[in-house]
Design a protein around this ligand. Structure first.
Ligand SMILES: [Zn+2]
Length: 280
């Protein structure tokens, strides 16, 4: 075993022990867990569709790319990430945990983790919304699974032409629907706010309790959602233990060194190499 791997292994054991001993486990997940979309550009199915989308005006292009990304992730989910989430579920089994994730690919759902204990404030593909400010008596979000299923089938059968796709539209103003994601115009926060309220209430309950904080692959994207608040939580809770796992941005602030540990590794690789099996 290489020296770095040995060191990571030792640190992982410490992390496991802290998780086992903690009353509460707070987990932050960042973009090192996001499914890569690089493969789309060279894929014979998606490349022509992306190039058609690229000829549209900017806003339409962004929306069409959302549809294609949705199709790509649904039809080609990254099994490596699915496995890593299962390992995380094994690590957290039986614990009182909450997960905040910046990922928008929804791969975290249905991988053995409890949905009631997850919030994804950047949204994802589980709901759709109108992209205009239309006045509506309708629900703000379209969560009907059937709508998304039909969209997938329509793209499956489009024969290489976006014109052949039957895109869903807003029931109120008939403009095309977007996904409920942070990159959508007029992003409707109703999609994540109920879970966010649950999260903040849960967090209140961890004050001065044994809390283990795992920050997995978070980096500096939207630092006000995970990175800075998690540091603050650990700074004020004397009983907290903090683990920052990242391949590049693993450094800890001076104040946290005493209660924190930084693990210089890709958290997905680390979970795959060392995590427990789910349901162990
Ligand atoms: Zn509308």
């Amino acid at each position: 075993m290489a020296k770095d791997a040995q060191e990571n292994f030792k640190q992982w054991r410490t992390l496991q022990r802290r998780v086992e001993e903690a009353q509460f486990v707070l987990v932050g997940i960042g973009n090192l867990f996001s499914q890569s979309l690089d493969g789309m550009r060279t894929d014979p199915f998606y490349a022509p569709l992306l190039s058609q989308a690229g000829q549209e005006r900017e806003e339409d292009r962004a929306r069409l790319e959302q549809y294609l990304q949705f199709h790509y992730i649904q039809r080609h989910p990254d099994g490596r990430l699915g496995k890593a989430y299962e390992k995380l579920a094994g690590l957290l089994a039986g614990k009182n945990y909450f997960i905040v994730s910046l990922c928008t690919d929804d791969l975290i759902y249905g991988a053995g983790l409890e949905e009631e204990r997850i919030v994804t404030p950047c949204g994802g593909f589980r709901a759709m919304q109108c992209g205009s400010l239309c006045v509506t008596d309708q629900e703000a979000l379209v969560t009907d699974r059937q709508v998304r299923e039909e969209l997938l089938l329509s793209i499956d059968a489009c024969g290489g032409s976006l014109d052949a796709v039957d895109f869903p539209v807003c029931a109120e103003c008939t403009s095309p629907l977007w996904f409920n994601r942070i990159d959508t115009p007029e992003y409707k926060e109703e999609g994540y706010l109920p879970q966010w309220r649950k999260y903040t209430a849960w967090l209140q309950g961890t004050l001065n309790r044994d809390l283990c904080v795992l920050e997995l692959g978070v980096g500096m994207q939207f630092p006000n959602i995970i990175r800075f608040p998690f540091e603050k939580i650990c700074y004020f809770n004397q009983k907290a233990h903090f683990f920052r796992v990242h391949s590049r941005l693993f450094q800890l602030t001076e104040e946290l060194r005493e209660r924190g540990e930084s693990i210089a590794a890709d958290p997905v690789d680390l979970l795959l190499a060392m995590g427990q099996e789910a349901g162990r």
